[in-house]
Design a protein around this ligand. Structure first.
Ligand SMILES: Nc1ncnc2c1ncn2[C@@H]1O[C@H](COP(=O)(O)OP(=O)(O)OP(=O)(O)O)[C@@H](O)[C@H]1O
Length: 310
């Protein structure tokens, strides 16, 4: 049985068709990134999957259940985290929020203690248990939200922008936790994100939505191949340097401060950062370098362009 199944799913808001004949399914244990521009229809889809919004037409099943008719049963099988909204009680110590949620899910005392202890340990939340949620840092709050969503050991975890606003270290810890949760419990993940790093590290499949329609369904490698996603090497040189416009298999994007910093785009299928660096450092003294992640908006724009939309 699929964990998610939609067929010709439609949702209209007055004159806007937010979701347009969406058909896809997600199998148990998959980790799927659901991406698209602002207003593409991601949240609307998630709301229909979780029984918050009624579809205008079409078919949707979550964990084999009808989300509108069997909302309570769906809630028992699914955990949801909306980055911008909290499911915790602002003024209560974190531990009390966990206790209330466990009671709502009807977990026994022993099960509650065991699961809370595990999650608190894995997410390193022990020191914050007595802290009111309003006093947590953003990173701590996101970890608390994820623990709350996983208390009842759902089959499916839906995450809406889970790493938005987090610093690099907090993002990394959260991603590591999600990878481990999936590996150990087989939890299916569906996440929306504007962060390509989330997709690269967490997802083995990507769905791209464009104006309510599915524009791409496949692997990240397939997505990169479709759009020719490029990496960018930012090179800081020791001396002012003429434009590096003749480095094999690269394209010079820009050069600033008399050539002290230059950005070279390259296709990771055609060459490597190491090979580009070797060419440059054979001629000039390189002081520092960074590799820019492909920008998810850029990837989405290219997908849209490839499907005929400008
Ligand atoms: N309650 C609503 N009433 C009217 N229109 C809505 C409502 N909710 C969403 N829409 C419209 O439906 C379309 C899809 O919105 P949705 O929130 O699903 O997009 P999204 O992909 O989640 O965007 P974002 O990345 O900005 O969250 C947009 O045109 C939006 O304006």
């Amino acid at each position: 049985m699929s964990i998610i199944e939609t067929r010709d799913l439609v949702r209209d808001f007055k004159k806007t068709r937010a979701v347009d004949r969406m058909t896809f399914s997600v199998e148990p244990g998959e980790s799927v990134g659901y991406i698209g521009a602002n207003g593409a229809g991601k949240s609307t889809t998630i709301k229909m999957l979780t029984g918050i919004l009624k579809p205008t037409s079409g078919h949707v099943r979550t964990c084999g259940l009808d989300p509108m008719r069997e909302r309570v049963a769906v809630a028992r099988r699914v955990g949801v985290v909306f980055g911008q909204r909290s499911q915790l009680w602002w003024d209560l110590p974190l531990r009390d929020s966990f206790a209330i949620l466990a009671a709502i899910h009807g977990l026994g005392e022993q099960a509650t203690r065991a699961r809370t202890d595990t999650l608190v340990e894995q997410l390193e939340m022990g020191p914050q248990l007595a802290t009111p949620v309003r006093s947590l840092s953003l990173g701590q709050r996101m970890r608390a939200e994820i623990a709350a969503a996983l208390l009842h050991s759902p089959d499916l975890l839906v995450l809406d922008e889970p790493t938005i606003g987090l610093d690099v270290l907090s993002k990394q810890r959260l991603r590591e936790f999600l990878v481990a949760e999936r590996r150990e419990r087989g939890t299916t993940l569906l996440l929306t994100t504007h962060d390509m790093g989330d997709i690269e590290r967490l997802c083995d499949r990507v769905l791209v939505v464009d104006r309510g329609r599915l524009a791409f369904d496949g692997t990240l490698t397939g997505l990169a191949a479709t759009v020719g996603a490029q990496r960018v090497l930012v090179i800081d040189l020791a001396q002012p340097t003429p434009a590096l416009d003749d480095i094999a298999r690269t394209r010079l994007l820009d050069s600033e401060s008399d050539g002290l910093r230059q950005r070279l785009a390259f296709d990771s299928e055609a060459t490597t950062a190491a090979a580009v660096l070797a060419q440059v450092s054979a001629r000039h003294e390189v002081r520092d370098l960074t590799i820019e992640e492909p920008d998810i908006e850029d990837v989405v724009r290219r997908i849209y362009a490839a499907s005929g939309r400008t």
